[in-house]
Design a protein around this ligand. Structure first.
Ligand code: NAD
Ligand code: IPM
Ligand code: MG
Length: 366
């Protein structure tokens, strides 16, 4: 257990369901802090549509400065129809903060327990036991290439440098060494020049630095199919920015809901940014319907990858697993709980797990 510390966390609730799920994650962090003696101070800043409304800028300079000076950043979501067609887009704020913080590796893990397999729209025997992690390159590719627009023509440049590919590739291989030792690199090398460079670099880094890891290459179109047909075959999935965005939403279906998936965005130094993979969900925003688990598990990833608090992170994950097993879930998973009640159930589970540990009692859930 780590000695008690104080951590300055920047929270960027953003838009739509963002503030709802971030409130739940803050409640969980406060509870974990109480048990382990840590203090989390939360400094709230504007991003996305909320920032456009208040300042005209989706990423005000104060937000960037606060994030860079923090121990970690917890983000809800940005975007929504309110800002469609406007002069500034909320998503610019998200892309801007990722770039400004140098967050080139976006980790999106998914484990499908028997309980989640039961709730998945896919067959239980296909998804039960899935344990994979997507390494999505986050600050390059078509997202950040030059864009042009005339009345009858638009372009988005897709660009990657060797250095950009190397750093995320190394991060993925290092993670594979501590898992099942397999990396699947996903590209579109039959069509795209950036993908051919991607494949060459990944192949070289593998041969020179990580020959003990099993490497396979896959084309993104058939990979989208394999992920639904035989997802248990995959361990670490390494891919570029846009393919990773699309495949990770697809993968979320294996576990039953996009509301479950967390992510960690990391650079080579400095604080990380932690956010659920889902968006602002305008269709359910403001109704206490959003699943807070993705945001709460993102807080756990912040404790593990950002603050070095492994026991504390594991205690959140154990509580989430217990609550899912007990069926205390939101409507997206077929349950009756609202966002606040689902967050409160996870807080209760953390308390129960600590009480049981203190009294050496075995807990039985479900
Ligand atoms: N990281 C981010 O901030 C982020 C990510 C994705 C999309 N967006 C933005 O969000 C807006 C809406 O995008 P979208 O509708 O394509 O994707 P979305 O992820 O917001 O929603 C897709 C579907 O999943 C559901 N959903 C999402 N999160 C949920 C949760 N926590 N619990 C239960 N159900 C949930 C929604 O209700 C919706 O039906 C867009 O403006 C988009 O740019 C932001
Ligand atoms: C909102 C959008 C810019 C963002 C992305 O494409 O990276 C989102 O879809 C995500 O997955 O975080
Ligand atoms: Mg996305």
């Amino acid at each position: 257990m780590t000695a008690p510390q104080t951590f300055n966390i920047v929270v960027l609730p953003g838009d739509g369901v963002g503030p709802e799920v971030i409130a739940a994650a803050q409640g969980v962090l406060n509870t974990v802090g109480d048990f382990y003696g840590h203090r989390f101070t939360f400094e709230e800043h504007l991003i996305g549509g909320a920032a456009i409304d208040a300042t005209g800028d989706p990423l005000p300079p104060e937000t960037t400065a606060a994030c860079l000076a923090s121990h970690g950043v917890l983000l809800g979501a940005v975007g929504g129809p309110k800002w469609d067609g406007g002069p500034r887009r909320p998503e610019e704020g998200l892309l801007g903060i990722r770039k400004a913080m140098g967050l080139f590796a976006n980790l999106r893990p998914l484990q499908v327990s028997p309980v989640l397999a039961h709730r998945s729209p896919l067959k239980k025997e296909i998804v039960e036991g899935v344990d994979l992690i997507v390494f999505r390159e986050l600050t390059g590719g078509v997202y950040f290439g030059e864009k042009t627009r005339t009345a009858d023509r638009a372009t988005d440049l897709c660009e990657y440098t060797v250095g950009e590919i190397e750093r995320v590739t190394r991060a993925a291989f290092r993670t594979a060494l501590n898992r099942r030792g397999k990396v699947t690199s996903v590209d579109k090398a039959n069509v795209m020049e950036t993908s051919r460079l991607w494949r060459e670099v990944v192949t070289r880094i593998h041969a020179e630095e990580f020959p003990q890891v099993q490497l396979e290459h896959a084309l993104v179109d058939s990979m989208a199919m394999h992920l639904i047909r035989r997802p248990r075959d995959y361990d670490v999935i390494l891919t570029e920015n846009m393919f990773g965005d699309i495949l990770s939403d697809e993968i979320s279906v294996l576990g039953g809901s996009i509301g479950l998936l967390p992510s960690a965005s990391l650079g080579s130094s400095g604080p990380g940014l932690f956010e659920p993979i889902h968006g602002s969900a305008p269709d359910i925003a403001g109704q206490d319907l959003a699943n807070p688990v993705g945001a709460i598990l993102s807080a756990a990833l912040m404790l593990r990858h950002g603050l070095g608090l492994e026991d504390e992170a594991s205690s959140i994950e154990a509580a989430v697993a217990a609550v899912l097993a007990a069926g205390a879930v939101t409507a997206d998973l077929g349950g009756a709980l609202g966002t606040r009640a689902a967050g409160a159930a996870i807080i209760d589970a953390i308390r129960a797990i600590h009480w049981a540990a203190a009294h050496r009692v075995q807990m039985h859930w479900g």
